[in-house]
Design a protein around this ligand. Structure first.
Ligand code: CP
Length: 317
């Protein structure tokens, strides 16, 4: 595996989940693969889970791991070609990327959508430059339009907890005070569309996601209706995707917050969220603290999704 940016990079999804669950049973079985190999994790944005779980996954595989926080101590990077660099940016990304590549064997990149230019975000301008210029296998640790390590961990979690062969999984928009990217819902839809689940998306009008990720999924604008008979409720906020509102907040309607009453409409569904989560905006205290909440096992599975991807990349070196 040379790149990991979307569900297709995993090949057969059933085989990938099986491999992940085997790794989970014995996470140190492949320690030899990473001997004398270095993982570089490059962060343009903050992180708790991705940083720790991916570093742990690399260590489980015997790798040396290095972390670079671009905004804390590194030179400010220019990303546009042709710019006269007489401002505050000291280094061009076109030198920085191959230099980073020269110090490591595999690179993980976190670079969120900036909501300044939809085309730049949806062309994955930063991530794709790492793929093009680093000379190394590159995986997304949440880029502008996707968070495939999260979605893979979500799928592993659903596989572990499902009580029926084809569970109903509902992705619901929920309110948030800040404009958030569409990366998590995009990747969740990307994965659920390939998984053996009955997948439904619900959100207020105006929050339609990129059709590339939604594909044939049923979109139900009535949240209560969508939640009926759900086995898994996956809550997430995102800002508007469609122009002219790209990156904007259109609603903070707290009637979309996932509460005990809302969960009562489901078939005793499990609650999921990628974290970090704003309590009593996205989800009530009661729901996130309930026995049906999977947020902690879901986060723990980030180590397993990252380890499966890193193992495959190490095997292809
Ligand atoms: N879910 C997730 O990616 O968490 P972090 O932003 O803390 O890494």
């Amino acid at each position: 595996m040379r790149t990991y940016t979307n569900v297709k990079d995993l090949g057969g999804l059933k085989a990938a989940v099986k491999e992940a669950l085997e790794i989970k049973k014995n996470r140190f079985a492949y320690k030899h693969l990473g001997e004398n190999k270095t993982l570089l994790m490059v962060f343009f944005n903050s992180s708790l889970r991705t940083r720790l779980s991916t570093q742990k996954a690399g260590m489980n595989l015997g790798m040396n791991t290095m972390v670079l926080d671009i905004n804390q101590g590194a030179w400010k990077l220019e990303t546009e070609r042709g710019v006269i660099m007489d401002g505050d940016k000291s280094e061009h990304i076109l030198e920085a990327i191959p230099v980073m590549g020269s110090y490591c064997d595999i690179i993980g990149v976190r670079a969120f959508a900036q909501f300044e230019n939809k085309e730049d975000d949806y062309n994955e301008k930063i991530l794709n430059q790492f793929i093009q210029y680093s000379g190394r296998p590159v995986f997304s640790m949440e880029a502008a339009t996707g968070h495939p390590l999260q979605a893979f961990a979500d799928l592993i979690t659903i596989e572990e907890y499902k009580k029926k062969a084809r569970p109903k999984v509902v992705l619901t928009w929920a309110p948030h005070p800040k404009a958030l990217p569409q990366a998590v819902p995009n990747s969740f839809a990307d994965f659920m569309n390939e998984a053996d689940v009955d997948f439904v998306i619900t959100h207020p009008k105006g929050y339609e996601l990129d059709p590339k990720f939604v594909r044939g999924t049923k979109v139900e604008y009535d949240q209560n209706k969508a939640l009926e008979a759900a086995d898994f409720v996956y809550a997430k906020n995102w800002a508007a995707y469609e122009e002219p509102n790209y990156g904007k907040i259109l609603s903070k309607d707290r009637s979309w917050t996932v509460t005990t009453e809302k969960m009562g409409l489901t078939d005793t569904a499990y609650f999921m969220h990628c974290l970090p989560v704003r309590r009593n905006m996205i989800v009530s205290d009661d729901v996130i603290e309930s026995p049906q909440s999977l947020v902690i096992p879901e986060a723990a599975n980030r180590e397993i999704s990252a380890q499966t991807v890193l193992k495959r990349m190490l095997e292809s070196l």
